[in-house]
Design a protein around this ligand. Sequence first.
Ligand SMILES: [Zn+2]
Ligand SMILES: [Zn+2]
Length: 341
Amino acid sequence: MSVDVLYSYFMNLPQFALTWGIFFGAGLVSFAIQLRRNRHVFSLREVFEHCVPFDPWRSKSFHMDVIIYIYRKFTDFIFAAPGFAIAGLLSIGVNTSLTALFGHLTPIPTTFAVAFLCTIVMFLAAEFADYVVHYLEHKVPALWELHKVHHSADFLNPLTSKRGHSLPILYGGAMAGVITGAVAGVLIYLFDISLPEALLLKAVASKIFTIWTLDPLKHSHIPVGLGWFDRVLISPHMHQVHHSKLQPHWDKNFGTNLSIYDWIFGTGYRPAKGEEVEFGIAGYSDATLQKFNTLRGAFINPIIRSWKAIQKRFRQKPTSISSPAIEGIDWTRQMVDPRED
Ligand SMILES: [Zn+2]
Ligand SMILES: [Zn+2]
């Protein structure tokens, strides 16, 4: 099976239908379970209210999700472009360096096994890049100020997955470009595979895992776990924990699709069945969260606060090696007061 056939098979699955199909399908199933337990009367209105437990006409958080979703449809490619350029240049550089060091290899043909191996390797590399960036976004004050936009949603719905500032696409894409570009360079050296093919294989893997992890439910209130697979994958309930402002949930579950890096680096958290979460940012009142629901609040103010955080960092006196800041104890959350807006 060629890489192209694999790619076109999976990528032609309509994303829109997939996202909302999984979202409302799961909502319907969980409503049916409640119906059986509580013996309510079935009505379509109740099903909808079960799936969407906020007023879509009045929720400013949801309106902002929609605005950012549309804005990003037209602008993401601009911020993502440098990452692709880095991946391209680095893969060429690594391949050329390996050829100079070890000589030209007769590339191993792309059999199914080779394509499978390359898919796994590229996917692990991309997920690692995502993990590192997301971890830093929570630990580095200047990045946290930008990432907060994603966490400022007080209701989660599938559009919230795109709720975020544009700058993280730039630095996140650059980090992904560095890691996946270097890995792709090695694969190109060893196998008869090109960079576009390596990137396509990674995209196929992402799509498979999007379905397997029930990705559209990660930004929803439906707390679905994946059972044993929570040890390998980020379940919807695990990502909902990541959005929770309850203290035991802070800075947990940074993975996008895979939870393995969270378990390796000690940030994994598997919620108990039915464990409650509260969406928002710790220490922020509902009124403060609402300030993110304007264009200025979502795009301009985060840059200003991020800049202030950088200035504050460089103005700080050197801290002793045993200080909480060095030990990584939660010092990001007190850096810039949101009420300064
Ligand atoms: Zn986060
Ligand atoms: Zn999220």
